[in-house]
Design a protein. Structure first.
Length: 323
């Protein structure tokens, strides 16, 4: 149920309309299949698809009430003694009860239901284990974990991850060079002229590798860089997104800025103060831009807010299909 809701929601926000428009909810979007058969399904409106997704999410939540969600096994146990492999050991990174709640927060925000979006995001942040300890906490140091793996609410394990990175990010299969980003663009993106030089999402050797005029993201260069438990990981939902959702849903500017500042402080940046309503949205967008670099979530933010332009748009260079 949870996985079906996740996949259909990505299809909706990718191919469906901008929901927060007059015609958005009533626009035909995609067929929603709940049975495995060959019968043709008619297209449903965006509003209907949202309803189907939320229904699946509610069903998934009910089924996962007793989800054995463990962040780590007790030190005296191993995967061998429990008869589990690493995939089952890291249950907390799969479609678990908190991944479902986080997905619900995303869906409600897309729908424009800020009250329920905030409620679900807060439920994730406040989630506790049997001993009363928080399941999740913001990472304060990524020197040995560039993807903030302990913040991941949902991710997938890709067995041939390194091979795919080699194919997709290298100039050619036999080359030792990766596609480069213009350093000035990265510097602007991470506000280096203000406080971004201390941002661990940007720092040399942690977020990026730099040359004089170029930059390469290290997020997906995981081979030999992390422990085996962290390698081959593709992030899908992060804890930080729940803070950003709360920042967007909160009506009080000071409270909203505090949600944003908590993530910024963990990343090594100064607190933020909004100067206006437009400045509020701009600051939230900038955090999406930094936090989800090379993950695709920023595009959905742009679409949800109907952005017509953004940094480096339109591109001033020709891009081949391979790029």
């Amino acid at each position: 149920m949870g996985l079906r809701a996740f996949v259909y929601f990505d299809l909706l926000r990718l191919y469906g309309p901008i929901y927060d428009t007059q015609a958005g909810p009533s626009s035909l979007s995609l067929p929603y299949r709940t049975e495995f058969n060959r019968e043709e399904k008619s297209f449903s409106t965006a509003e209907e698809v949202i309803g189907f997704i939320l229904r699946d999410i509610e069903a998934a939540e009910a089924l996962l009430v007793k989800d054995p969600m463990y962040i780590e096994f007790p030190s005296g146990f191993t995967t061998e003694t429990l008869g589990l492999d690493d995939f089952l050991r890291y249950r907390f990174k799969r479609m678990n009860q908190y991944a479902v709640k986080a997905l619900a927060a995303r869906v409600y925000l897309w729908k424009g239901d800020k009250e329920n979006a905030a409620r679900m995001a807060k439920a994730v942040i406040d989630g506790k284990d049997r001993e009363g300890n928080n399941y999740f906490a913001l990472v304060m140091d990524n020197s040995t974990d560039r993807i903030f793996s302990t913040e991941l609410l949902f991710s997938i394990s890709v067995p041939d991850f390194d091979d795919q990175v080699e194919v997709d990010f290298k100039v050619s299969p036999s080359s030792t060079f990766y596609y480069l980003q213009d350093r000035s663009r990265v510097d602007k993106m991470f506000d280096v002229s203000v406080d971004g030089a201390n941002d661990m999402r940007y720092r040399e050797g942690q977020g990026f590798s730099f040359e004089a005029k170029s930059a390469v993201s290290l997020k997906y260069q995981q081979k030999g860089a992390f422990s085996s438990a962290v390698q081959n990981t593709l992030p899908l939902i992060r804890l930080s997104e729940m803070y950003y959702i709360l920042a967007e849903c909160e009506s009080d500017d000071k409270v909203s800025a505090n949600w944003l500042s908590q993530v910024r402080a963990a990343r090594g940046c100064d607190d933020v103060v909004y100067k206006s309503k437009d400045d509020r949205e701009y600051n939230i967008m900038k955090e999406y831009r930094k936090e989800f670099y090379a993950e695709g979530q920023l595009w959905y933010y742009y679409k949800r807010h109907a952005y017509k332009t953004f940094q480096d748009c339109p591109l001033k260079i020709d891009m081949t299909e391979a790029n």
